[in-house]
Write a protein that binds this ligand. Sequence first.
Ligand SMILES: [Zn+2]
Length: 313
Amino acid sequence: MIRIGIDLGGTKIEGIALDAAGGVLWRERVPAPQSAYAQTLDAIAALVQRIESGLGEGGSVGVGTPGAASPVSGRMRNCNSTWLNGERLREDLCARLGREVRIANDADCFTLSEATDGAAAGAATVFGVILGTGVGGGICVGGRLLAGPNAIAGEWGHNLFGGPRGGLAAGRACYCGRSDCVETWLSGAGLLRTHREIGGGCPHECGPTESGQPAGAAAVATLAARGDPAACAALDLYADQLAFALAQVINVLDPHVIVLGGGLSNIERLYDEVPARWGAQVFSDVVRTALVPARYGDSSGVRGAAWLFPLLP
Ligand SMILES: [Zn+2]
């Protein structure tokens, strides 16, 4: 049987079909209907139907979503695609597709993908981290997603960040209503803000820099590679902060592997600099936790959605 994964993003819906070995049989992206729940269901159903008729075979369907279903009401919440909030997405898809459908948060799907056949394959305990527009996470134990009574396992992005700020002001407001969440410092926007506050200016269109103008937080890494002092200082602080925040997780979970995904996971120096620094905050004489980049990059979310129906024993 094939496994179909659907990644329900804010601007696109991606579908994938995997064979039993994780080989890709089908991959397709369609625009995500905006502010339209019924059309979102239609688009997912049409995508599944095209995959199954194209391959001549039925499959299981797993869906990765922003936010998560409330464990009490079953209704979606915390979705930045706000038209999903309040809807019973899983039940509606089950009815539409006529089968059991599993859904999970996109960071959980990322973690499951990397724990199943990615950079953390075979590791007993895996903490998967998304460092991008937001900061999210998921936990796999024994190859299975950890799911607790609040459906928030791994959501470290809204813990209070109590680590080094390099002299920058505290009090960064978070969309969740609190201040100085980990996400306000370690997301792409957080890194850009740090760079700006250090004095580097915006590294793309809207401010002065001494060198090129690439867009996004990755631009800070590009500038640092060219020796831009403010970018170097911002990334140095970012590595300190990531080491601090991950050390808090290590002290609680003691994962064998931490896998980084999202746009900021492409900053190569993190994989040396963060493990070199996190020991100061970990309650152990040695830290044997591995910090690795995702194997499947941007495809991990949709692959993990497919793996919500796990390998048969
Ligand atoms: Zn927050």
